[in-house]
Design a protein around this ligand. Structure first.
Ligand code: PDD
Length: 287
C-alpha cells in the first residue's frame, strides 16, 4: 500500500513526493532529523523529540520550518491517513535548496528549509523477538565528527557500523573513543554492574537520547542506582548486563560483546524491568 507522506505543506502519495536534487541534505548532509515511535496509534515522547529538533536546528543556525508549531498536528494527521498503529514517524528538516551547489549557507530570507515526514509501519513493534533473546554487538572505533549531540542526517558511518556487525554475525555495534564506549550506531549504550546502571554522561560525544532521559528518570523513580560516566570496553565485557535505548528499540538487552557473553547470556533482570516500566509509562503518557 502506498503511504501518504508530507512534504513542505502537502500530503502526497509517496511516489508523487519530490525534493530538489539541489537540496542541501542531499548534497551536504545539511539536515537534521527525528524519529518518534508510535504505539497503539499514539506518539511516544513527542515533546522530547520536538525539543531536541529545535535544539539541533539552533545549533546549526538553521531556520525552523514554517510549520514548526503544527508538527504535532502533522504527526497525528500522518498516523490517521496511514492507519498507523505501531511504527515510527521519520521527520527531516534540511537547509533547503538554493538551486545550485555551494558550500556557503544560502540566505535564510531567500531559501526556506525543506520539511519531510513519513511513516514506517512496524506491527507489533513493542513485542520484538530481540527483546526476548537480547542482541549481540561488536565494538568499532568511533570515527564520527565531534558534534554527535546534533541529530544530523550524516549517517554513513553508523550505517557502515551496522554492516560490520552484520558481517560478523551480530546485530549492532558500540562505538569506542579512546578506550571508552560512546554509544551504539543508533542508540545509547548502558551496562549494569552489581545492580548499578552505568551510561556515558551527556556531552558533545553522544546523542542526548530522548529514550535515555525517560529511562533514567524511571530508573531513579524505581530507586535503581544510576551512574552517568564513561565506561571502557573491558568494563562492559565484565558487566552483569548490557542494554541499549532508542525510539523504536525502546530498551533492548545486550547479551554479547565482541564474542564475550554477559552474565548467563540471557536478557538481564534490570534491562527486562526497565523495558517493562518504559513501555508502560510511555504508553500512559503517549499523545
Ligand atoms: N536513532 N544515539 C544515536 C547515535 C542515535 O542515532 C539514536 C537514535 C540514539 C537514541 O536516541 P532516542 O532515544 O532519542 O531515539 C542514540 C534513531 C532511532 C534512528 O536513527 O533511527
Amino acid at each position: 500500500m502506498s503511504r501518504t507522506v508530507y512534504v513542505n505543506g502537502d500530503y502526497l502519495p509517496e511516489d508523487e513526493a519530490k525534493v530538489s536534487i539541489f537540496d542541501r541534505s542531499f548534497l551536504m548532509a545539511d539536515g537534521v532529523y527525528e524519529v518518534t515511535s508510535v504505539l497503539e496509534g499514539k506518539l511516544i515522547d513527542f515533546d522530547g523529540h520536538l525539543a531536541r529538533l529545535e535544539r539541533s536546528l539552533a545549533e546549526l543556525d538553521m531556520q525552523k520550518p514554517e510549520a514548526f508549531d503544527d508538527l504535532l498536528d502533522i504527526h497525528r494527521e500522518l498516523v490517521r491517513r496511514n492507519d498507523l498503529v505501531d511504527g515510527m514517524i521519520y521527520l527531516q528538516v534540511s537547509r533547503g535548496s538554493a538551486g545550485d551547489r555551494d558550500f556557503v549557507f544560502p540566505d535564510p530570507d531567500e531559501v526556506k528549509p525543506t520539511l519531510v515526514l513519513f511513516t514506517q509501519s512496524k506491527p507489533g513493534l513493542a513485542d520484538s523477538p530481540a527483546a526476548k533473546t537480547g542482541i549481540k554487538i561488536i565494538s568499532i572505533e568511533d570515527i564520527r565528527w565531534g558534534r554527535r549531540d546534533i541529530k544530523t542526517v550524516q549517517l554513513l558511518y553508523p550505517s557502515m557500523g551496522k554492516m560490520m556487525a552484520k558481517k560478523a554475525g551480530c546485530d549492532d555495534a558500540w562505538m569506542v573513543k579512546d578506550g571508552f564506549v560512546t554509544e551504539g550506531t543508533s542508540n545509547n549504550a548502558y551496562i549494569v554492574k552489581n545492580g548499578k546502571i552505568i551510561t556515558r554522561h551527556l556531552s558533545n560525544d553522544i546523542l542526548h537520547g530522548i529514550t535515555r532521559a525517560a529511562v533514567l528518570r524511571f530508573a531513579r523513580e524505581a530507586q535503581m542506582e544510576v551512574e552517568e560516566r564513561s565506561f571502557t570496553l573491558d568494563e562492559a565485557k565484565e558487566a552483569d548486563e548490557g542494554f541499549v535505548t532508542s525510539a523504536s528499540a525502546f530498551v533492548l538487552p545486550v547479551v554479547e560483546i565482541d564474542g564475550t557473553t554477559l552474565g548467563d547470556g540471557k536478557p538481564g533482570p534490570v534491562a527486562r524491568r526497565l523495558r517493562e516500566i518504559y513501555l508502560d509509562e510511555s504508553l500512559k503518557s503517549a499523545i
